[in-house]
Design a protein around this ligand. Sequence first.
Ligand SMILES: [Fe+2]
Length: 268
Amino acid sequence: MTEENLIRIRAWFAEYCSSFYSDNEDDQRHFILKEEHTHNVCANIIRVASDEGLKDDRLLLAEATAILHDVGRFEQYHQFRTFRDSVSVDHAALGAEIIREIDLLADLFPHERDVVNCVVESHNVFLIPKEIQGDQLFFLKLLRDADKLDIWRVFIENYELPVEKRSEVVELGFPNLPECSPDVLEKVARRELVPLSSALTLSDFKLLQLAWVYDLTFTESFRVIAERDIVRRIAATLPDGGGVQEAVETILTFVAERIAEDICSVPL
Ligand SMILES: [Fe+2]
């Protein structure tokens, strides 16, 4: 991967985004949201990957995966006006197909092409399949961390808006109810990820998002969470009772432990 390769991918993405621009205010808002999300995921991945010691071609490769990971979101929204894969299309598979169709990665080395394809295609899986290994696994984990760090921002900004300005598309249409399902709370307490199918209310969906901390890999990602106060800002939009505070404490403890572990593992 060279700087020229990346410049070409970046230019293609900018052009691709602008091909969806619309006079419809609501549609435009959602296209811009995904374009900005992509730019932020790029910044996040550069930070996390740099902390892992990546540089030169491997850092450029990481950024390429970030630019392309959500390409499928544009066509998904254009066709279905939703970001919910289960009622529309798998946006990751769609993105990989779009990239393959135009042969966007033709100039890359085959192993780099495999990495980008794998990351785009698999970035939204609930659990990473065991068959994904080596570099593909490493870059996929980087992207999943960088992606989540910005999805949290998107949700926080949405939740902090007045109710009438919030986006149902961002909230995946979940009913805005204070109730949290016992099953969701239990999973959070057991330090487990929560599948989307377990979420019944918007409060469940917020807990599900908090439980994403259990899927993070890199210590720098946990530092970003602490720095941006992500857990507390989401927690502030949840109801107080019914086991929510305990769930939030579990998450906060988990984040603090991951950061502390890294401090303890620095060789003396
Ligand atoms: Fe995505």
